[in-house]
Write a protein that binds this ligand. Structure first.
Ligand code: NAD
Ligand code: WQD
Length: 336
C-alpha cells in the first residue's frame, strides 16, 4: 500500500515513516521543512535499506500538492504536518490557524478529488484542556486553552463533519500525550529548528551542555512533589500506534478517536532524576514560577487503543531517557 505522510521529516513523522517502511509500506513524504531537515529522511532510508519519495511541498500550496497526488497512486494519508509550539501560537494565532487548518482543508479536498478517503490525523491531549479528573478518556469534554490546541480541536470537528457528510471517509483521530525519546539507533530524534519548549529535550540540552540550567515551572501544584505530572510516551511506541491504527481502519472503516499514552504519569522532578541516573550527568535546575496555561496532572486512559487496536506501549521512562540521551549525545547539534 502506498501512503502519503505529511510532515514525515519531523519528529513523530520520521519515526513513524521508519516503522512503516520496515513494515513494507511504500512511502511518499510531503514536508516543507519549516521545522525539520531532509537529513532525517536520508537517515531513515539508510536505517531501513528502503527508499521513499520526498516532495518539499507546503500544504498551503494547493497546486503543487495536487501534483503529488496526480503523480503518486496514494491510497491512505497520515497527516502530521502542522505547527505545534503552544507559546508561539499565542503570539501568532493567525499563522497557526492558517497553517494547520487551511493545510488540512487543502489536503482533504484534494484527497476527495482523487477518491482517497482514509486519513489518520495527529491530534493532541491538549484538546482536553484541564481535565476534571484523570486518567483522561476519549469522551471527556474538550476545552483547549490556547490557539494551537484550538487548531487541533477545530480540525477534529472538521473531520467529524466530513465523515458525517460522507461515510465513505475513513478517519482516525489520534490524541498523543507527551511524546519523548528517540529511535534506538540514535540516528533519528527530535531536532526542532528553534529552541525546544518541551521538558525532555530541554533536560537533554542541559545534560549535553547546550543549555546551562533548567527552570522547573512551579513546585506548588497539588501533586506529591509539587511539580506537574504528564504521561510521557516513547516516540517509537507512538509510531507503532499509527501502524496498528492503519491496520484497524483499513480492515474496519469508520470514524475513530484514540488516546495514545501509557496511562502512567511522571512528575518533572521524577523525569529529571531518571535522566540524571541514565546520563550520569547532574541536571542543574531552578524552581521558577508556574508557566501560564500549564495544568497540574494529565495522563491518558489508553484502554480503548489497547483493546481496539491491540496496541500497547513497551517502553518505560528509563528507556525514554536512554534513547533521548543516546540521540542527544551522538548528535549534539541535531542533524547539522
Ligand atoms: P514536527 O514539527 O517535528 O513535525 C511537523 C512537520 O510538519 C515538520 O517537519 C514541518 O516541517 C512540517 N510542516 C509544518 N507545516 C507544514 C506545511 N504547511 N506543509 C508541509 N509541511 C509542514 O512536530 P512533531 O512533534 O513531529 O508533531 C507531529 C504532529 O503531531 C503535529 O501535528 C503536532 O501538532 C502533533 N502533536 C505533537 C506532539 C508533540 O509533543 N510533539 C503532541 C501532540 C500532537
Ligand atoms: C511537561 C512538564 C511543564 C519545560 C506540550 C503541549 C501539548 C503537547 C505536548 C503538542 C510540565 C514542565 C516544561 C520546562 C518545566 N504538544 N516543564 N520546565 O506542556 O505537557 O505539553 O507538549 O500537542 O499540547 O502543551 O509538555 O514538555 O512542555 O511540559 O518544568 O522548561 O514539564 O510545566 O509540567 P506539556 P512540556
Amino acid at each position: 500500500m502506498k501512503l502519503l505522510i505529511t510532515g514525515g521529516a519531523g519528529y513523530i513523522g520520521s519515526h513513524t515513516t521508519l516503522e512503516l517502511l520496515n513494515a513494507g509500506y511504500e512511502i511518499v513524504v510531503v514536508d516543507n521543512l519549516c521545522n525539520s531537515k531532509e537529513e532525517s529522511l536520508r537517515r531513515i532510508q539508510q536505517l531501513t535499506g528502503k527508499s521513499l519519495v520526498f516532495y518539499n511541498v507546503d500544504l498551503l500550496d494547493r497546486k503543487n500538492l495536487d501534483t503529488v497526488f496526480a503523480r503518486e497512486s496514494i491510497e491512505s494519508v497520515i497527516h502530521f504536518a502542522g505547527l505545534k509550539a503552544v507559546g508561539e501560537s499565542v503570539k501568532m494565532p493567525l499563522d497557526y490557524y492558517y497553517n494547520n487548518i487551511t493545510g488540512t482543508l487543502n489536503l482533504c479536498s484534494i484527497m476527495s478529488n482523487y477518491d482517497i478517503r482514509t486519513l489518520i490525523f495527529s491530534s493532541s491531549a491538549t484538546v482536553y484542556g484541564d481535565p476534571h479528573t484523570v486518567p483522561i478518556k476519549e469522551d471527556f469534554p474538550l476545552n483547549p486553552t490556547n490557539p494551537y490546541g484550538r487548531t487541533k480541536f477545530m480540525i477534529e470537528e472538521i473531520l467529524k463533519d466530513l465523515y458525517n457528510s460522507d461515510n465513505r471517509w475513513n478517519i482516525a483521530l489520534l490524541r498523543y500525550f507527551n511524546p519523548v525519546g528517540a529511535h534506538g539507533s540514535g540516528r533519528i530524534g527530535e531536532d526542532p529548528n528553534s529552541t525546544p519548549n518541551n521538558l525532555m529535550p530541554l533536560i537533554a540540552q542541559v545534560a549535553v551542555g547546550r543549555g546551562s540550567i533548567l527552570t522547573v515551572y512551579g513546585n506548588d501544584y497539588p501533586t506529591p512533589d509539587g511539580t506537574g505530572i504528564r504521561d510521557y510516551i516513547h516516540v517509537v511506541d507512538l509510531a507503532t500506534g499509527h501502524l496498528k491504527t492503519l491496520n484497524k481502519i483499513v480492515k474496519d472503516p469508520g470514524f475513530y478517536i484514540y488516546n495514545l499514552g501509557t496511562g502512567r504519569g511522571f512528575s518533572v522532578l521524577e523525569v529529571i532524576s531518571a535522566f540524571e541516573e541514565i546520563s550520569g550527568k547532574k541536571i542543574k535546575y531552578t524552581i521558577g514560577e508556574r508557566r501560564s496555561g500549564d495544568i497540574a496532572i494529565c495522563y491518558a486512559d489508553p484502554a480503548r487503543a489497547n483493546r481496539e487496536l491491540s496496541w500497547k506501549t513497551y517502553f518505560g521512562i528509563n528507556d525514554m531517557c536512554v534513547d533521548m540521551w543516546r540521540w542527544q549525545s551522538l548528535n549534539p547539534n541535531g542533524y547539522e
